[in-house]
Design a protein around this ligand. Structure first.
Ligand SMILES: [Zn+2]
Length: 147
């Protein structure tokens, strides 16, 4: 997406400045020292730094980031649509929220505090992000209030 490196899995999802800024948003939110550097680091040592009771949520965050970076990459490559970092963050949060709504009550309740923190983090992105980047992509069944 940045056109500064040959695309590889690790560059696209972790080392690319675009992906790195998305990771840094969530790393800052959860106060982790650094972002994962590779797919093997993500699902190996990095994942183990999450407290055990937070790993379900951490897995959702990680999978949502990777998925939304992949979609942004495809939009850029195949549709000439550039997705901003803030938009990727918003879509990541929306997907986490959607996934949480589909899991059983008990695991979801354990994630409530974390998703509340993620929701509050969107305030720092500002209302322009909501207006310009997310609103046109929200379907009828997902409102901003749900996020
Ligand atoms: Zn790049």
């Amino acid at each position: 997406m940045c056109n500064s490196e040959i695309e590889s899995i690790d560059h696209l999802f972790f080392l690319c400045p675009v992906a790195n800024q998305v990771w840094c948003h969530f790393i800052g939110l959860f106060q982790f020292p650094d972002a994962p550097r590779s797919m093997s680091h993500l699902w190996g040592q990095w994942r183990l730094t999450w407290p055990k009771d937070k790993r379900v949520f951490g897995d959702l965050v990680s999978k949502s980031i990777v998925w939304n970076v992949w979609l942004a990459r495809n939009d850029c490559l195949f549709k000439d649509i550039f997705t901003t970092v803030n938009c990727i963050i918003m879509k990541t949060v929306r997907l986490i929220h959607f996934w949480l709504s589909s899991i059983a009550d008990s695991p979801r309740e354990r994630c409530e505090e974390d998703i509340s923190m993620v929701r509050r983090s969107l305030d720092f992105l500002g209302p322009r992000v909501l207006d310009a980047d997310l609103a046109p992509h929200i379907g009828d069944d997902h409102t901003l209030e749900e996020i």
